[in-house]
Each structure stands twice: as C-alpha cells, then as structure tokens.
Design a protein around this ligand. Sequence first.
Ligand SMILES: NC(=O)c1ccc[n+]([C@@H]2O[C@H](COP(=O)([O-])OP(=O)(O)OC[C@H]3O[C@@H](n4cnc5c(N)ncnc54)[C@H](O)[C@@H]3O)[C@@H](O)[C@H]2O)c1
Ligand SMILES: [Zn+2]
Length: 390
Amino acid sequence: MGTMFISYLHHSTDLLYRAKALSVRAQKETKYKIRITYGGQNQITSILKGWLAGQKAMLVTTPTVNNLYGKAIAKALQNAGIDLSLKELDCTEESKTLSQAERVCAWAQEVGIDRKGVLVSLGGGVCMDIVTVAASLIHRGIKYLRVPTTLIGLVDAGIGIKGAVNFGNAKNYLGCYSPPSKVLIAPLFLRTLSEERLREGFAEILKIALVRDGALFELIENDGLALIDSRFEDLSVSAKLILQYSIFTMIDELKSNIYEDQTYERSVDFGHTFSPTIEVETQYKLSHGQAVSIDIALSTVLAHHFGLIQIEYRDRILSLMKRLGLPIYTRKLTATLCKKSLLRASSYRGGHPNLVLPTDKGKSYFVKDAALIDDEILDESIRVLAEVDE
Ligand SMILES: NC(=O)c1ccc[n+]([C@@H]2O[C@H](COP(=O)([O-])OP(=O)(O)OC[C@H]3O[C@@H](n4cnc5c(N)ncnc54)[C@H](O)[C@@H]3O)[C@@H](O)[C@H]2O)c1
Ligand SMILES: [Zn+2]
C-alpha cells in the first residue's frame, strides 16, 4: 500500500513538473480538388450533383449570377434529389463585410446546415470570400465548394485557401485560411462577363505571367486581346492554355507556402502592395483588378528605375497593358499613397514591404528596404506612368 502511494506520488510530482512545459504539435493535411470543365451547364450541374449527393447544401450567389445561372443550377440539382437551398446575397466590394458573412451564417442556421452540411459559393471573388469566411466560422469550419464565375475567380480568388472581409479602413483585414473541399472551374461562365471584368482578370493573369511564367506572357501578348473580345467563347487552344497555365502556375506558387507561414517573400504579391490602398482610397471605385493593374504598372516602372529590367521590356509590358485596356495610372496615385502602402505591407509581411518587382521574364526581385523607394523615385515613376497613359 505504502509503496503504491509513493509511486503514485512520484508519478504525480513528475506529471506536475512536466505539465508546466507541455507542447502540442499536430498537423492537418491540406488537400482539395480543382476540376476544370469546358462543358456546358448540364456538365456543371452533373459534377456538382456528384459532389453534393447525400449532403445538406446551401448555395450562395449574387443577384446577377443568380439570374444568369444560379436559379437554373439550383433547380436542376434539386430536381436531381439534392437537398439544396438557394440564397441570394447582394454583395459588392463596399459590402464585403463581416455582417454579410454573418448573414450567410444566419441563413445556414435557418435552413439547418449542421456540421456535415456544405456551403457552395457561386460568383466572383467577393461572394466567394464572404462564403469562405462564413464556412470557416460555422461550427469552427464546415465544408464548402467554390464555383467561380469571374475571370479573377477562375484564375485566382477561387483556387487558393483564403477568405476575407474588409474591416474598418482596411481591405481584407479579417479573414481565414480555410481550404475549400472542391473547386469547379468552368470557363462557360465567362461568356456573360463584361469586357471590363474580363480585363480585370487579365491583370491577375499578367501578374502571374510576369513573375513566374515567361511563356504565359507571350501567350497573353499574342492572344489576350482576342480572348477578351470573344469572351473565351470558342475556347481555342490558346484560351485553354492561358487559363490552365495561370491556374497551374498560381497553385504551384501557392503550394509551398499555402498558409503564408514559410516566407514573407511571395511572388504572387506582385501587384498587391499598392493596390489595397488604391482600392481603399478610391472608396472601392477602382475595382480589385483595376487597382492590381495600376500596381503592376508602377512596379514595372520601379523595376526599370532600379535597373532590374531594360527600358524595352518595361515599355513592352506597359504597351501590352494598354492594348488589353488595363489601367496603368490614376490621379489618386501619389508618393504619399505609395509610402502608406509600403508601411502597411510591412505590417503584415514580417516587417519588410517585400515589394515584388519583375526582373527577367517570369522572374522577380523583392525590395526589402522601404527607404530605397523614396519620394523622388516614386514621383518620377508616377510621372512616367501619367505620361505613358496619355
Ligand atoms: N481569396 C483570395 O485568395 C482572393 C484572391 C484574389 C481576389 N480576391 C478578392 O476577390 C474580389 C474581386 O473579385 P471579382 O473580380 O471576381 O469581383 P466581384 O466578385 O465583385 O464580381 C464582379 C462582378 O461580376 C458580376 N459577375 C460575376 N460573374 C458573372 C458572370 N459569369 N457573368 C456576368 N456577371 C458576372 C458580379 O455580379 C459582380 O458585379 C476582391 O474582393 C478581392 O480582394 C480574393
Ligand atoms: Zn488579387
């Protein structure tokens, strides 16, 4: 009896001692499927039917997309026996807010989405971002599918693991890393997208091309304009190549640092240092894609200024942007705005702005010291852009 007590005491003391320094280490695999279909609406519905069978689902879409596709897809799924509710969320960049995400949560609760339920977002980046945040909150994270309907959605916003809402005066201030369970990429949706929105998509495609893929840059030079004009309608080889190159390269870039915890040097941040401030300071009058485009143009001029690229390459990029109808300048672009952006970027990139500048085709360089980008360099670069813009 006495020995047992001593041994018990010994163990307890040992436990008490060790419990002061517990460390927890656990891992969760990130795995999701991105399926590309060049089929029509029946094909899209049939894939979704397979993915949703046996689950309670709620599809969230925006008014325009609902009228064009949402109602028909939801009806076809319901007719096929899928337990699905359809919700229309009127959301824009100005209303990409937490209360919109809360609204989605309230609907989910109302229709009885439990832990095994699944959300589906059908729409552009704004709708997908809001639904991603909602899905990550419900029961601390339920399954969700993404069906992007804009070009930005297809090549960028739809395929990563991030969701966010704007908060206070900051873009994407609240958000999550929350992988979708599946993503369906269907270029069919691009047929109804406005020319302006298609152009914005090309800003993100150009982003990835300039810093990661020289071949993609040449494809855009050759066929970009025709694809905007035709709204990807004929799905030519180059249309498929541009889409697939963009998606594969983006995923390849994201994969090694998907939770953004390995390095603050992310080449996909190209075009995303000045753009959030441009969006906020224009009260979102300039869209995400337009702001990214102006950021790409400015970064290109800065790259030339630092001797990272030849003037011929700088002008080749700027003239391609103009040919595609991408904005390269706004009067709102000032040295003050840029410095504010660099400071803001430093606050979430480990203390350095890590401004991404293009070097050779498909390569990039990170500027780590904000002091290198002084007023004079910024004023001069902005002046160049204003001049080229005329
Ligand atoms: N989470 C991420 O990783 C990530 C990545 C990139 C961008 N984003 C976010 O995405 C947002 C931008 O997304 P966006 O450019 O898709 O804009 P958006 O979501 O505002 O959609 C643009 C407009 O297109 C309309 N639309 C959508 N699909 C259509 C279709 N098929 N036919 C006709 N009209 C259609 C919509 O009604 C909307 O008015 C920004 O908030 C940005 O921050 C997120
Ligand atoms: Zn972007």
